[in-house]
Design a protein around this ligand. Structure first.
Ligand code: FAD
Length: 421
């Protein structure tokens, strides 16, 4: 008799990779991947970079060639999953279809947070989360266009860099006291600000806009205090809200307060039934200190997928689950510079600064109270970042406790410090 399928909801990075991992780990039964976007799973990082500058095409963002999904017998279903009955192991789609499942994986990610301001609904006010959003925004970045970015986080700053590369005039408005919030150390955020200013971006930091209007000539105007900033397009990059609607409809534990998400255990299993969650939507205990944590990174989706696949199959086979013990890691490309953060620098109580060149490129290593590394943040020309940050990540991953003086001295090779760790 045919078993019920494993159903994955959310055909993004996390969902797609989980489907692949289930096949790679030996699931031979039916496997359904339900997603509400028309495209097959794709990677989002190029949306704010190569797709806006024209260096990449939408096809180049695909997770894998289209034919591979059917070759792996992964059935893609386009639709919005709206109702979940955990005890009855049934999922209902918005079009009325219902699907039974042996196990369910929630990879529903997040939706761009809308701007709660008068005028936010005007044509020309854009967000950037999907291929469809990028298709709207890219043609607006024509040379000379006035682009105002609301939000000085990663997406906003990457859009700003891409828009400058396309010859637009760019203003970034950030309501907080600095760029990049708490995600990166303050001095790195300052270097990022300097780089944008050097590229001609106007930064309005610590100023909250109060509304958007359309002037008589059709131009958009953002009200910032007494000032009106004219724009041909406004790009809103103020973060995402994890998409917990489906989990909530099934009575699973979710959290609304930041960082929010579907609550899972260390093995990424949800609060009831044969249900797991991963990627941008999952609120999991940090492997470093157990605190609830949600990551919005490519690496998180990528590394949680094989663990969820393992745990789904272990549950169906009566075998032991494993914990996800990955280390947070992300990168951001802006102009020819790259920022990388590994681990959790915010948990650090002291740091060591390792210069990489004379221009200020450096890696900041952060030590926890126990003298072991908890994070590393590197910033500088992209050509310098790759190898050094790879070793830095490995040091943090091992929770190594090297001498701060050795880390701060480029004469001490990271490879040697790693070997000694
Ligand atoms: C513009 C941009 C640039 C980025 N750049 C970087 C970067 O440089 N470095 C980095 O580390 N990370 C980056 N990221 C983050 C990274 O892309 C995300 O962390 C990753 O996409 C998360 O994958 P996910 O599958 O968990 O969620 P998502 O990619 O959001 O996928 C979730 C999917 O589920 C669908 N869905 C939701 N609910 C339902 C439902 N009920 N029924 C059916 N389908 C549903 C959604 O429509 C979506 O297609 C970037 C993200 C964006 C948007």
């Amino acid at each position: 008799m045919m078993s019920d399928p494993i159903v994955i909801v959310g055909a993004g990075q996390a969902g797609g990779r989980t489907a692949q991992a289930l096949r790679a780990q030996g699931w031979d039964g039916p496997l359904l991947l339900v997603g509400d976007e028309p495209a097959a799973p794709y990677e989002r990082p190029p949306l704010s970079k190569g797709l806006l500058t024209g260096a990449q095409s939408p096809a180049q963002c695909a997770l894998r060639p289209d034919a591979d999904w059917s070759a792996d017998r992964i059935e893609r279903i386009q639709g919005l999953a709206r109702g979940l009955d955990v005890a009855g192991r049934t999922l209902t789609l918005a079009d009325g279809r219902s699907l039974r499942f042996a196990a369910l994986v929630l990879a529903t990610g997040g939706r761009a947070r809308p701007l709660a301001l008068p005028g936010a609904e005007l044509d020309g006010v854009c967000t950037l989360r999907t291929l469809a959003d990028a298709a709207v925004l890219a043609p607006r970045l024509r040379p000379g266009a006035r682009i105002v970015v609301i939000g000085g986080g990663f997406i906003g700053l990457e859009v700003a860099a891409s828009a400058r590369e396309r010859g637009c005039t760019v203003t970034v408005v950030e309501a907080g006291p600095r760029l990049l919030g708490r995600a990166v150390p303050a001095d790195v955020a300052q270097q990022v600000a300097d780089l944008h200013r050097a590229h001609g971006v106007e930064l309005c930091i610590g100023q909250a806009p109060s509304g958007i209007v359309r002037a008589a000539d059709g131009t958009l105007q953002l009200r910032l205090g007494e000032r009106l900033i004219a724009a041909d397009s406004l790009v809103v990059g103020i973060g995402i809200a994890p998409d917990v609607a489906l989990a909530r409809s099934g009575g699973l534990a979710v959290r609304d307060e930041a960082p929010g998400g579907v609550i899972v255990d260390a093995g990424l299993r949800a609060s009831a039934g044969p249900v797991w969650a991963l990627g941008d939507v999952a609120l999991f205990p940090s492997p470093l200190n157990g605190w609830p944590q949600r990551q919005e990174t490519w690496h998180n989706a990528e590394t949680q997928a094989p663990v969820v696949a393992h745990n789904v199959l272990a549950a169906l086979r009566g075998a032991a689950a494993q914990d996800w013990v990955g280390l947070p890691w992300f990168w951001s490309d802006q102009y020819d510079h790259q920022l990388q953060v590994a681990g959790e620098p915010a948990l650090g109580v002291r740091e060591a600064l390792r210069p990489l060149d004379a221009s200020g490129a450096a890696i900041r290593f952060h030590f926890g109270a126990d003298g072991r590394l908890v994070g590393a943040a590197g910033y500088g020309p992209a050509s310098l970042m790759g190898r050094e940050m790879k070793l830095a990540r490995m040091l943090v991953e091992r929770r190594a406790a090297p001498e701060a003086a050795a880390l701060a001295d480029p004469a001490h090779k990271l490879k040697a410090l790693l070997a000694a760790a």
